[in-house]
Design a protein around this ligand. Structure first.
Ligand SMILES: [Zn+2]
Length: 221
C-alpha cells in the first residue's frame, strides 16, 4: 500500500500556481497565471462513463502527467469487463479547497491529479469499501485510495507516484532549438504553443471546449 504524498511533493512534481478564493461556489478557487493552460489537458475516456446526473462524460480534464496512468486504469477496467464498477465519475480537475471548505488547504483536485468515483455510494467519511478490483487497478497505476485514510474518503483516488519522465528530446525548427519535449510511448510530447509559434503560427486555446487551435498563417486569413 502506498502512502499519500505531502504538499511539497505535489508542488514539485505537478507545479505551483497562485490562486485566490472565488465568491461562489463557496470553497472554489481561481487559479491565476498560465499553469492551468500549460498543465491541464482534456482526455477522452476509453470507456463509457456517466456523471452523478446520468450524463455521459465525454472529456476528463486532468493534469497532463496523470493522463497516461488514468487512461491505462480506465482501459484496463474496460478490457477486464469491469467498467461497470464506476457507477458515476464525479470529477477530476476542480480548483477548490478540500471539502469545499475555504479554511482548509487546496484539494489535490486543484492540480487535476485526483478522481472521485461513485461519490454517492462512497461519501467522504464513510467506511464503505469500493470494490477491491477497482481499487487494485487504480493502485497499480500509482494512485492511492482515500478509503484507507484515517478519515476515509472512499470516493477519492489520487496520484502518488512520480510520473514516468519519458526520454528527453530537443525540438528544433530549422536547426534552432525551440523547446524541450519528451518521448512518451512512441509519441513526442511538447508545448504546442512554443512549437507552433516557432513555425509562424498563432495558437488559440479554447479551454471551455477543450480545444487548442493552431492557425496556420500560410493559408491566409
Ligand atoms: Zn476527491
Amino acid at each position: 500500500m502506498k502512502a499519500p504524498r505531502d504538499r511539497r511533493w505535489v508542488k514539485r512534481t505537478f507545479g505551483e500556481f497562485a490562486w485566490r478564493d472565488r465568491k461562489r461556489p463557496r470553497g472554489a478557487v481561481e487559479i491565476l497565471g498560465d499553469w492551468e493552460r500549460e498543465n491541464i489537458i482534456s482526455l477522452r475516456p476509453p470507456v463509457a462513463l456517466a456523471d452523478g446526473r446520468g450524463r455521459p462524460v465525454s472529456r476528463i480534464r486532468c493534469h497532463r502527467l496523470i493522463a497516461g496512468p488514468l487512461q491505462r486504469a480506465l482501459a484496463e477496467l474496460g478490457r477486464a469487463g469491469l467498467s461497470h464498477l464506476i457507477n458515476t465519475f464525479d470529477g477530476c480537475f476542480v480548483a477548490r479547497h478540500m471539502c469545499w471548505d475555504p479554511r482548509r488547504p487546496l484539494s489535490r483536485h486543484s492540480w487535476g491529479i485526483a478522481v472521485d468515483l461513485n461519490a454517492r455510494l462512497f461519501p467522504y467519511g464513510s467506511r464503505e469499501r469500493q470494490d477491491a478490483r477497482l481499487v487494485r487497478v487504480f493502485e497499480r497505476q500509482g494512485f492511492v485510495w482515500g478509503g484507507r485514510w484515517r478519515t476515509p474518503d472512499p470516493m477519492h483516488f489520487e496520484m502518488a507516484e512520480p510520473p514516468d519522465p519519458g526520454r528527453q528530446v530537443s525540438i528544433l525548427v530549422d536547426e534552432e532549438h525551440v523547446s524541450d519535449g519528451r518521448l512518451e510511448e512512441g509519441t513526442v510530447v511538447a508545448p504546442v504553443r512554443k512549437v507552433a509559434e516557432a513555425l509562424g503560427c498563432v495558437v488559440e486555446a479554447r479551454l471551455e471546449e477543450g480545444e487548442v487551435v493552431i492557425h496556420s498563417m500560410k493559408r491566409g486569413k
